[in-house]
Write a protein that binds this ligand. Sequence first.
Ligand code: ADP
Ligand code: MG
Length: 454
Amino acid sequence: MTLYWNRSVTMSKREAIEQLKTAVRLSPENVPLRVLLADALFEYGLFEDAEAEYENVLVYEPNNAKARLSLARACFQSGKYYKALVLTEDLLKTEEAPGGAWTLHARLLLNEGDVQKAVEQYKKGVAKDPAVADPNFAERLGIGMKNSPVVDGKLRHSTIERTNDSSIVETARTKFADVGGMEDIKEQIRMKIIYPYTHPETFRVYDKKVGGGILMYGPPGCGKTFLARATAGEINAKFISVGLHQVLDMWIGSSERNLHEVFEAARASKPCLLFFDEVDALAASRSDMRQTGGRHIINQFLSELDGVDSDNDGVVIMAATNAPWYLDAAFRRPGRFDRIIFVPPPDLEARASIFRLMLRSKPIENIDFELLASKSDKFSGADLMALVDEAVERKIAEAMKDGIPKPLTTKDLQNAAKNVKPSTAEWFHIAKNYATYSNADGIYDDIINYLKLK
Ligand SMILES: Nc1ncnc2c1ncn2[C@@H]1O[C@H](COP(=O)(O)OP(=O)(O)O)[C@@H](O)[C@H]1O
Ligand SMILES: [Mg+2]
């Protein structure tokens, strides 16, 4: 009985979220509505979705202190401690910081093992707003306790967990042939990365400088990671993919050493393609990073890129981000990420070939690929994959009923398309703001052109 009741409550909250999402789609500029949606996502435990939605709110109201705190909380909840820390410290510099910003800071400091400072910040927060007091947390801080876990201002047991496998060396088997469409992007990668690697002598003849990495940006699910992996496959290099958020979070306090280890791992497995995902985690332009430490990590990253202390020969570097606007301009200097590529959603032709690729190992019957492509405008590669998945699941369910597995038809896929919403519109909505208002050095021209063509 209880179980049933719980479930129905959950269902209705979920429905509320869906309704809010629809409402936001209809009036994207309604900020209070977006806040409602973000809060609902947070309460429902969808912290990463809440994070994205609070970021959307801040596009419209960058100084909204409550939203800034909520964003930091969402990051904290999903374990993005580093980002949470940067956001919180930024917020604390302003007059409007609510009491909760101090207590959140206290939690983050405790994570870092800085108990004394955590206690200080916690007390400040409660002084500012008694409502943010949290007895359980105060207990963890050793405030008013006999058996304090804190000895001489240090935790008895570290609360931070560390792991060593922040990077995994892969052997990439994906090739460009597995990537549908995107011919001009593939060509740019060939020129910048593959040919200098396979035909260095030709570049020498023309005294053409080689080196530097490629930074890809664009809406999520459109093949950035996939392309990086395929590039490694093309040159038979090992592939190391590093999520920077993850690196920074796991190693708060020693991120610099960890970054060095990642580069060393790549140098030790030459030839190797080192891929940095979410490179925006080093988001310097958004804030001046943490007063301490932050700048060092960026500098460390840049000098590893430059190969100052080590030899980067045989190490190819690529990076990707969904949020290029957070990136420090220093990354774009020659020899670093000096080639910036916009990876748009697949166009008509690309969608047809992605469908072909995705269906190549499945039973199909007279599929009209061109028709499917024309019915899936604005779909990302990941959306197309979800669509195919949905169709396959239905087919399997049918086969379970009548015992005969039948091939997929155009109709099956069209029906599935009705249930999959394209996910790229939201990104373009945000991107358009940046492209319109902060395109000083023309880096978002590709976005503007793309939107004009649409
Ligand atoms: N052009 C493409 N051809 C084939 N599959 C694609 C393509 N673009 C995206 N996909 C599929 O969608 C998935 C998600 O893409 P991904 O590279 O992770 O996106 P991003 O890194 O841009 O967020 C990939 O794993 C791949 O299966
Ligand atoms: Mg990716």
